[in-house]
Design a binder for this molecule. Structure first.
Ligand SMILES: [Zn+2]
Length: 380
């Protein structure tokens, strides 16, 4: 068995020192260092760094030149191995509003990789299907010609692999779709790319919406007389995704959203294939995108996904809010794990959970990623 010592261990409700985190594929024990004999274990010395739970990215389209919508198993594997370096130990490959045939092919690729024995990248929880059931008025970087009327059966038929999907609650057929999917599956329904009024959004929540796709982006804004989807997300109990790259959402709002949403706040990357790559020209869902620094824009200036890394998102939230470090970490581990119904297995350093553990410095740069008890990444 392995044992991590000399770390500041980020537990779900505090940071603790002088602990030994003992694990094989699962976390066997979190003991006081003085109570164990370290000679009994293969010791990993954290050298005073943070020992944190592996991160969970529920909304990630691409990385290292690859995109989940490409329909390539090799691409999914390359992304899954790449994001381990950012501390992501579980994720949802995320499709765009492309043609139905392309979406189905992407689902098949994710199925194949998820069920493969030889695969050892970041654990795939299932697909996040972002669209095609959205509102053209808030399409953002999604292709309008591929938008479809909400179809519950499409999600139900693919519910073995679809973990969550985005729907605009106000469009024709959405209410029936949300209700049917909620009744027949445990797929998480997320409202997004939506032009709904506050009332329409709240009606969607009544029908079964439990998540918000990238809060503030591609939805009706908060106005005191027309609170919009943002108002519905903030005033109800739904989970809310947030792209904490300081560009999609001004960092001045991070503290406010964190205070309001608490353990319902989920950091995501919304990363596209330009993630981890040089500045230059890329594509997203078949459309051209230019990356410059942290910005990805379409030729008309529309924001098209991000190049954010989830460990950076944690530090951006932590350094721009009053949250304790363990609370900021929960937003990228335990909270998304809960939203996806996976928190009995992953999301925190707790006895009995999978040994998905990362070691980071104070700025949350990742030095080591442990996946199911095996060291899968070791930085400088
Ligand atoms: Zn997205």
């Amino acid at each position: 068995m392995k044992c991590i010592i000399n770390g500041k261990v980020i537990l779900k409700d505090r940071v603790a020192e002088n602990l030994a985190v003992i694990f094989d594929d699962k976390i066997y024990e979190i003991a006081e260092l003085k109570d164990i004999n370290i000679n009994d274990y293969e010791v990993i010395d954290a050298q005073g760094k943070y020992v944190a739970p592996g991160l969970v990215d529920m909304h990630c389209h691409g990385y290292l030149g690859e995109d989940a919508s490409d329909g390539s198993t090799d691409g999914i594997i390359k992304m899954a191995k790449g994001i381990i370096e950012n501390g992501v130990t579980a994720w949802c490959p995320t499709t765009m509003t492309v043609s139905k045939a392309e979406i189905e092919k992407a689902f098949d690729c994710v199925r194949e990789v998820k069920n493969s024995d030889e695969y050892y990248g970041s654990r795939i929880l299932g697909v996040n299907s972002e669209g095609p059931f959205i509102n053209a008025a808030k399409k953002g970087a999604q292709a309008e010609e591929h938008i479809l009327k909400p179809d519950a059966d499409f999600i139900i038929e693919n519910s073995d692999i679809v973990k969550l999907f985005t729907v605009a609650p106000e469009v024709d057929g959405a209410a029936e779709c949300i209700e049917k999917v909620t009744k027949k599956t445990d797929v998480l329904v997320s409202m997004g790319h939506t032009d709904a009024t506050f009332e329409e959004a709240m009606a969607g929540i009544d029908k079964g919406v439990k998540n918000t796709t990238h809060l503030f982006n591609a939805m009706t804004a908060l106005n005191h007389r027309n609170p919009g989807v943002v108002g519905a997300a903030l005033s109800s109990g739904v989970y809310t995704e947030l792209i904490c790259d300081t560009f999609h959402v001004n960092k001045g709002l991070f503290n406010l959203v964190a205070k309001i949403k608490g353990d319902k706040l989920c950091l995501i990357t919304d990363c596209i294939r330009a993630g981890g790559m040089e500045d230059g020209d890329y594509t997203l869902g078949g459309q051209p995108v230019h990356k410059e620094g942290i910005k990805c824009l379409m030729p008309d200036g529309t924001i098209a996904g991000s190049v954010l890394k989830l460990n950076e998102a944690v530090y951006n939230l932590y350094s721009n809010s009053e949250l304790e470090i363990f609370e900021a970490v929960n937003c990228a581990s335990l909270n998304p794990a809960k939203a996806l119904g996976e928190d009995s297995e992953i999301g925190s350093i707790e006895k009995g959970k999978r040994a998905d553990i990362i070691i980071t410095d104070d700025k949350f740069n990742v030095y080591t990623t442990i996946l199911g008890g095996e060291i899968r990444y070791k930085g400088e």
